[in-house]
Design a protein around this ligand. Structure first.
Ligand SMILES: Cc1cc2nc3c(=O)[nH]c(=O)nc-3n(C[C@H](O)[C@H](O)[C@H](O)COP(=O)(O)OP(=O)(O)OC[C@H]3O[C@@H](n4cnc5c(N)ncnc54)[C@H](O)[C@@H]3O)c2cc1C
Length: 380
């Protein structure tokens, strides 16, 4: 039987920091350290959303961390679709949001309060640099841990067709809003919501043909931001988009067949991705951490604990990842749907992940469901 006395965590994003916090709580005698390549206080992106129930799992797991995070969250009950032919309100489709940096800072401070050493500004180039009984790869999409042991982890990595850029806006929006516009070079979508009283995430997305027609590939971040500010000037009220590593990208579709390779284990974006349109990547990363640390606490033998994590966690994560992939597929062809009447478009949008039924829709968004049924009756 092999016992655990030291753990190295690679990556100081949400997955790595939350794992360290839980290790301190559930395995107080195990030495743990986090290594992060970025300087302290730096990260990519702007805010992230959670569904309005999403933080309940954090409350159950670690009420202290939950209580530190929730006062910093923005919340809203409805969602708005701005379409070329009108606006539709989706009542009851609630979300909460927080700045990515703010979330990381809260988790970092909580980890430090629990005496977790965190090395910033330290990029690891080889797994030989991490010497411990267990190495946890919380090192995101370009995971060194995964790439060093691909033959065992068996990753499948593809990319969706659409292009997106993650900007910020210096104005708040009332609700999570999807704005769809038509231009002479093709349709574009913006996915925007406030994550602080005066600041919003503003993700611009478009199909490949539109991306090429605008020549975004030949623009730098500032030029893209300037053009997108102009294209979306109505919702932005004439303000300028801001950047933070806002290069155009295609969203990855990653899934690993195995999450464990000997004494190396993956979690979060290192092992799977979930398209931002269902707002679940961070939540999945935190839930992976919970599953892993509970498995380590439940089993005296490390290999048995890792086998438990491998057996129990992927099937649960897979359901959310499938829903995210289906949702992302919908976005890959959103331009074709812009010819629909606004209520039909909105209905199609709500059904996109394959997890919504008419019955659920009536419960979640009764006002929208009634409006939609009425419009169908008129057409019928
Ligand atoms: C446009 C966009 C919008 C999104 N919106 C949402 C949203 O609304 N809601 C949501 O829940 N999720 C969202 N996500 C997904 C979310 O950002 C990720 O799922 C989440 O960050 C995963 O956390 P992680 O800790 O696994 O990985 P990361 O946050 O990527 O952290 C990995 C860390 O490891 C570090 N690292 C990597 N390699 C090394 C190395 N060799 N040495 C040292 N350090 C290293 C990196 O610097 C990084 O800090 C969005 C993603 C994108 C791209």
């Amino acid at each position: 039987m092999s016992k655990l006395s030291s753990i190295e965590i690679l990556g100081g994003g949400p997955a790595g920091l939350y794992t360290a916090i839980l290790i301190r709580k559930l395995l107080p005698n195990v030495r743990v350290r986090v290594t992060e390549q970025n300087p302290e206080g730096a990260t990519f992106g702007f805010g992230v959303v959670f569904s309005d129930q999403a933080l309940e799992f954090l409350r159950a797991e670690d009420p202290e961390t939950h209580d530190l995070i929730t006062p910093h969250m923005e919340r809203w009950r409805n969602m708005t679709l701005n379409l070329p032919d009108g606006t539709v309100t989706l009542d009851g489709v609630g979300f909460t949001a927080i700045g990515r940096l703010e979330l990381i800072e809260i988790l970092k401070n909580r980890a430090r309060a629990l005496d977790v050493p965190i090395r910033f500004n330290t990029q690891i180039h080889s797994l030989d640099e991490l010497d411990a009984d267990l190495v946890i790869g919380a090192d995101g999409l370009n995971s060194l841990v995964r790439q060093s042991m691909e033959a065992t982890f068996k990753p499948k990595l593809e990319y969706f067709d659409n292009h997106f850029a993650w900007f910020g806006a210096e104005i708040p929006f009332d609700t999570l809003t999807q704005t769809f516009i038509e231009t002479d070079k093709g349709p574009l979508n913006a996915h925007h919501y406030r994550f602080a009283p005066d600041r919003s995430t503003f993700i611009v997305e478009c199909e490949d043909a539109t991306f090429n027609a605008f020549g975004f590939a030949n623009m730098d971040e500032d030029q893209s931001a300037e053009l997108c500010s102009d294209l979306f000037k109505d919702v932005l009220k004439g303000t300028n988009l801001i950047t933070n590593k806002s290069m155009w990208r295609q969203f990855p579709r990653l899934w690993c067949e195995n999450w464990v390779a000997g004494r190396h284990v993956l979690l979060g974006d290192a092992v799977h991705t979930a398209h931002f349109s269902i707002g679940s990547g961070t939540r999945l990363a935190l839930e992976d951490a919970i599953a892993l640390v509970h498995a380590l606490a439940a089993e005296k033998d490390v290999d048995a604990a890792l086998a438990k994590y491998q057996k129990e966690r992927p099937p649960i994560a897979r359901k959310i990842v499938d829903a995210a992939n289906t949702s992302a597929d919908w976005y890959d062809t959103f331009g074709e749907k812009l010819g629909l009447a606004p209520l039909d478009f909105a209905h199609d949008y709500l059904m996109r992940s394959g997890r919504m039924t008419e019955e659920r829709l009536q419960k979640i968004a009764p006002e929208f469901a009634a409006q939609y049924q009425k419009s169908r009756a008129v057409v019928g």
